[in-house]
Design a protein around this ligand. Structure first.
Ligand code: 3EB
Length: 330
């Protein structure tokens, strides 16, 4: 078949993620806006379902995170879910009241997400973000992050094969919100989950970290080469063990080593990806201690000059981990 007679194909899905100092209304009014995220002191709600407030304080006023596609965007609400679709991609979000039983709350939310995706024309979750209160409250297997992992797995209802795992983030709100927030990027086409050779696969974490290993991949490479690599929350974990318990800058360097290793793994499949974080990367940096936010900003300016980032006050899911970084990368 000649190119001229080829049937019209869906344009290759491309997602642009930008950090913008702009008003949410202006960004929502622009063509191709799939979602807009406000952090810290931004509006908590807006009538447009594509706007989501994430209850993590920022240093000063954080830019908005804006997701854009080269396509018409549709959006709406379906019960407790807000959604938008365009260019082969879907943004969705769900919030559940957290009465303290985070296992039950997560099970309810993930069962709802599973049912939604199963009935959706964008059935493949590529990337999932989880934000919950008091993530490291409770001891041993009663710690809320471990209970969250139990509930997440129960809600999904079956063991995901390694090839089906999404990339993910799970971070604690530093202040009580009373809500569990779940949002996702799903697609018509499945992607390829990636692991990091420096880290044990999270789904194989040993029993000491809780009864239910967390079900996520270290990164996900979407099917379209126009899409960025989607990088999970990455902490100073080598093998399965936390490193440098006392040092923010040593933990940051370990995270950068983890990111380099992950990018090398991704470049085997997609050599056009940059070998290290650069101007086309977008990183969110979650810092446990409010007092350490200025220090982290200075460290980032020195270690990652020219890499767009947002620094947020958020709690990582092990008490000794002082910082975690997620994001996307081209
Ligand atoms: C870690 O490496 C850090 O439970 O969805 C990072 C990303 C972490 C996602 C999740 C947890 C999750 O184990 C914690």
């Amino acid at each position: 078949m000649s190119p001229l007679s080829a049937p019209a194909l869906q344009p290759a899905a491309a997602l642009r993620v930008e950090y913008l100092d702009a008003s949410p209304v202006d960004v929502l009014g622009a063509a191709g806006t799939l979602a807009v995220f406000g952090f810290g002191d931004t509006p908590r709600t807006m009538p447009d379902p594509r706007y989501l407030h994430v209850a993590l304080p920022a240093v000063g006023s954080a830019p908005l995170e804006c997701w854009q596609v080269d396509a018409e965007v549709a959006h709406g609400r379906a019960g407790d879910i807000v959604w938008s679709t365009g260019g082969g991609l879907q943004f969705g979000a769900l919030e559940v009241e957290d009465d303290g039983d985070i296992a039950a709350v997560a099970a309810r939310a993930y069962a709802r997400l599973q049912a939604w995706l199963a009935g959706s024309d964008h059935p493949h979750p590529l990337r999932i973000w989880n934000y919950l209160d008091a993530i490291t409250a409770g001891d041993g297997d009663a710690e809320r992050y471990r209970r969250f992992c139990v509930g997440r797995a129960r809600g999904i209802g079956r063991a995901l094969a390694p090839g089906e795992l999404p990339a993910a983030t799970a971070i604690g709100h530093p202040h009580r919100t009373g809500r569990f927030q779940l949002y996702w990027l799903a697609a018509q086409a499945a992607g390829t989950p990636l692991e990091n050779p420096r880290q044990v696969q999270a789904w194989r974490y040993p029993r000491q970290y809780g009864p239910q290993p967390p079900g996520f991949a270290r990164a996900l490479l979407p099917a379209s080469s126009a899409m960025p690599l989607l990088v999970s929350g990455t902490a100073a974990v080598v093998g399965h063990a936390s490193q440098h318990g006392d040092s923010l800058d040593a933990q940051l360097d370990e995270i950068l080593a983890n990111l380099h290793s992950l990018l090398a793994a991704a470049r085997v499949l997609r050599p056009a990806l940059a070998a290290q974080p650069g101007p086309a990367s977008r990183l969110k940096v979650y810092v446990r201690d409010a007092d350490a936010l200025p220090q982290m900003q200075a460290l980032l300016a020195a270690r990652l000059p020219g890499v767009p980032h947002i620094v947020l006050h958020g709690h990582v899911c092990r008490r000794e981990l002082l910082v975690e970084i997620d994001g996307c990368h081209l």
